[in-house]
Ligand binder design. Structure first.
Ligand code: HEC
Length: 176
């Protein structure tokens, strides 16, 4: 499984991290089945320093999405591809995480979160390829999918920060 994380995006980029992650996800799933372990606390359970890095990465992601718009509407294929690579590669985390912090992050984040992160990275790759092929409609498709990726993850894992995205009614059954 490929990982990246918005936060963890960079993390995911390294093959070693990907291997570690996939082992982690697997372990977590196994524990979950036996009920031997509670769901990790997610970003709320991160030490303050890591959580700050995470938020910086999110801010970088948002900046990249904003930068994307003028490139998309003007057919700036190289610009789009460059931004897509940035989105995939991660921002702050990629550069600043120590190996120990990386492990901590992988431990703290639920498997469902990491899956969304991995999916998000795949969308960024799709965007990059569409830009190289100069396919404006496919570029627009991936920009929309990426936006859905932001909203989807926030609705599930960031409702403390974005309460308006919390699902209405009772919390959905635990699933991941
Ligand atoms: C895999 C999950 C995930 C994806 C995908 C994701 N985010 Fe986030 N994002 C989070 C979480 C969790 C938080 C809340 C962080 C916290 O409370 O510490 C957050 C917070 C944020 C914040 C607020 C940061 C702050 O300083 O409080 C911004 C801005 C943001 N995300 C932008 C984006 C954008 C733009 C995208 C898509 C291009 C995106 N995010 C995709 C999980 C995600």
């Amino acid at each position: 499984m490929r990982i990246r994380f918005v936060t963890v995006t960079l993390l995911a980029a390294a093959a070693i991290a990907a291997v570690a992650l996939s082992a982690q996800v697997h372990d977590h799933a196994a524990m979950h089945e036996t009920g031997a372990s509670a769901e990790p606390a997610g970003v709320a359970g991160l030490p303050p320093e890591l959580r700050t890095l995470f938020k910086l990465e999110m801010a970088g992601l948002q900046g990249a999405m904003l930068e994307l718009f003028p490139a998309v509407i003007s057919g700036d294929w190289e610009g789009i591809a460059r931004i897509a690579v940035k989105i995939r590669g991660g921002f702050v985390l990629a550069q600043q995480l120590t190996p120990a912090q990386r492990e901590e992050l992988l431990r703290a984040l639920p498997a469902g979160f990491l899956e969304r992160d991995a999916e998000f990275h795949q969308l960024a790759t799709g965007l990059e390829h569409a830009a190289h092929r100069k396919q404006a409609d496919v570029v627009a498709f991936y920009v929309n999918k990426l936006t859905e990726g932001c909203v989807g993850c926030h609705s599930r894992y960031a409702t403390e920060r974005f309460p308006a995205l919390a699902p209405a009614g009772p919390a959905p059954a635990h699933a991941h």
